[in-house]
Design a binder for this molecule. Structure first.
Ligand SMILES: Nc1ncnc2c1ncn2[C@@H]1O[C@H](COP(=O)(O)OP(=O)(O)OP(=O)(O)O)[C@@H](O)[C@H]1O
Ligand SMILES: [Mg+2]
Length: 282
């Protein structure tokens, strides 16, 4: 708990903050609704047996810090020096015209691709310097800390919904029974408990997408990267999925970076970034 600003707040004050819509209360966690405030997470601690409760305003270390990110495909200069900071627990949407470089940027932030080697280029996630890691370390980091949701969910067709969700947990060499237990819980939470033994081809598009969300969540990643997550869903399924992102953030504190052409989803985010011609313009 060191490095935190310690603030003692009564339950009454907290209730007021909650009522004033400054804090969102989910279980024992309190998250600010909009980022940009100087703290993002409150943790509740009971002190001994007394009813006194301490709240710790955790100072914000950014979850993602990217500086001077460039990418070339041969002669094509696709990313032209992107700078970006994303806080822990923040939901950021990325919008912009087709070809602006959104997917390319998401892949670099998500360690699926590497930026060009330029001076002063840096990329840290959760304080880890990703550009200093070798490929094995990066793969391990990705498996443990990052989750991905794509437009075409890329589930493995020969495995059931449950197996698809478990796979990243097995790759992380976690206990098999524990992974399966959690996968079932996640699928249940996503309203899919009756479909766990079915293969992707036997599920609807919305169901497949929810399986992909569960798969992205199984290792409790710090960051979820989503590229057009609702691109192939009907309006109702898309809305449910978007709501789910916010519920997951509020309950589990995950950070989300979501590339989307869906304006409603983009506007729901804490912050909307617009890309144009390889740069974030606002
Ligand atoms: N593997 C590749 N090889 C060569 N050029 C590529 C490659 N991937 C992307 N590009 C080019 O880089 C540019 C940016 O592509 P990117 O996929 O990042 O765009 P985007 O903003 O995600 O677009 P969309 O909204 O259509 O998905 C485009 O001009 C694209 O043609
Ligand atoms: Mg794209």
């Amino acid at each position: 708990m060191q490095n935190y600003d310690e603030t003692e707040v009564s339950d009454l004050v907290l209730t007021e903050l909650y009522r004033a819509n400054v804090l969102k209360c989910e279980g024992a966690k309190y998250l600010n609704k909009k980022s940009g405030v100087n703290f993002s997470t409150f943790e509740r601690q009971h002190v001994g047996t007394s009813p006194k409760i301490l709240f710790f305003a955790k100072s914000v270390d950014p979850m993602i810090q990217a500086t001077n990110i460039h990418k070339y495909y041969d002669q094509l200069h696709v990313l032209k020096g992107v700078d970006l900071t994303i806080d822990k627990g923040e939901i950021v949407s990325v919008v912009g015209a087709s070809g602006a470089g959104k997917t390319t940027l998401l892949h670099i932030l998500g360690t699926l691709d590497k930026p060009a080697k330029e001076t002063a280029t840096s990329l840290t996630i959760n304080g880890e310097n990703l550009l200093a890691m070798n490929d094995t370390a990066i793969s391990k980091f990705r498996n443990l800390h990052l989750g991905f949701i794509f437009q075409f969910h890329q589930l493995l067709p020969e495995f059931t919904a449950l197996e698809n969700v478990c796979i990243p947990g097995f790759i992380a060499k976690r206990n098999k029974a524990e992974v399966e237990h959690e996968a079932k819980k996640l699928l249940d939470y996503l309203g899919l408990s009756h479909r766990i033994a079915h293969k992707p081809s036997e599920l609807s598009g919305g169901e497949q997408q929810r399986v992909a969300v569960a798969r992205a969540m199984i290792n409790k990643p710090a960051v979820i990267f989503a590229d057009e997550p609702s691109g192939n869903l009907d309006t109702a399924s898309a809305e449910n999925l978007h709501q789910l992102f916010f519920t997951l953030r509020n309950e589990l504190g995950q950070t989300f970076v979501i590339v989307t052409h869906n304006e409603e989803l983009a506007d729901m985010a804490d912050r909307k970034l617009t890309m144009s011609d390889g740069l974030i313009i606002h």
